[in-house]
Design a protein around this ligand. Structure first.
Ligand SMILES: C[S@@+](CC[C@H](N)C(=O)[O-])C[C@H]1O[C@@H](n2cnc3c(N)ncnc32)[C@H](O)[C@@H]1O
Length: 259
């Protein structure tokens, strides 16, 4: 029997044009694909008809499949000699639990490889011509998760995140963005700092709203953005342009305050 192998592959943010060539080639040659909720239908269309498809994103009654079960599935398929693609939204090593899967595969002695993907922060920013760093506005980027275990506190270096000349990207922040904004303001970040929320970035139904740290909690509740949504906080948001145009998203008078 041939030796099985697992490829932990990043599917990017949803637009199939943002798949890497390597991801595309591996998908077309896969014998089994274990995919997440965030992987778009257009990308799954690349999987050959005869390949086994396993949806690791949901079980009956919409409970997520436990991580241990996903690890065991990958190990079982590889031990059966299959070429397995484990397909994850964005990049597998950014808030994707790819690290846990890599450790489980290594511990089981399975051959595996990691194929990076375009993370949603980069893709959403690029779509709006919004550079995450800029010589005059932001010297660094923090990526954080806005999600924490039930009952747990969001534990961050709030002083570091409140540093004005940095950009903050919040993944999985829909439920807690108001709380996060409040903590940033309490630690000294200007309440007028612009915040961009991008829902379903790069997909045909992408939506975005622009607000401020002071108002984002209320604006998000009012607008009801679809999942997945990410938030970009910082002065670079003032540079954002409407997709496909040369018009700024923010009005001229607010842009002027960036410089
Ligand atoms: C479990 S994390 C996975 C992140 C993924 N590994 C990546 O690199 O983008 C899920 C979060 O990613 C963000 N996300 C993923 N795809 C997105 C998209 N197309 N538009 C906006 N946000 C997205 C959202 O913040 C979502 O809650």
């Amino acid at each position: 029997m041939k030796e099985g192998r697992v490829f932990l592959v990043g599917a990017g943010p949803g637009d199939p044009d943002l798949l890497t060539l390597k991801a595309c080639r591996l998908l077309q040659a896969a014998e089994a694909v274990v995919y997440d909720r965030l992987v778009s239908a257009a990308i799954l269309d690349l999987v050959p008809r005869g390949a086994t498809r396993i949806d690791a994103g949901k079980q009956p009654h919409h409970h997520p499949v436990p991580q241990d079960e996903i690890n065991e599935t990958l190990i079982r398929l590889a031990r059966a000699g299959r070429t397995v693609v484990r397909l994850k939204g964005g990049d597998p090593f950014l808030f994707g639990r790819g690290g846990e899967e890599a450790c489980a595969l290594a511990a089981a002695g399975i051959r595996f490889e990691v194929v990076p993907g375009v993370t949603s922060a980069q893709a959403c920013a690029a779509n709006l011509v919004l550079p995450l760093t800029h010589r005059d506005l932001s010297q660094g980027v923090h990526y954080i998760t806005g999600h924490c275990r039930a009952g747990a506190e969001l534990a961050f270096d709030w002083d570091g995140l409140a540093e004005p000349r940095t950009t903050l990207v919040v993944y999985m922040g829909l439920a807690n963005i108001g709380k996060i904004a409040g903590r940033l303001i309490a630690h000294g970040r200007d309440p007028a700092t612009p915040v961009l929320a991008v829902s379903r970035g790069t997909l045909p139904d992408e939506r975005h709203i622009i607000s401020t740290l002071a108002n984002i909690g209320t604006d998000v509740r009012r607008t009801v953005l679809a999942s997945p949504t990410l938030f970009i906080v910082g002065d670079v948001v003032r540079l954002a342009q409407k997709p496909g145009t040369f018009e700024h998203v923010l009005p001229e008078e607010q842009l002027a305050t960036a410089y």
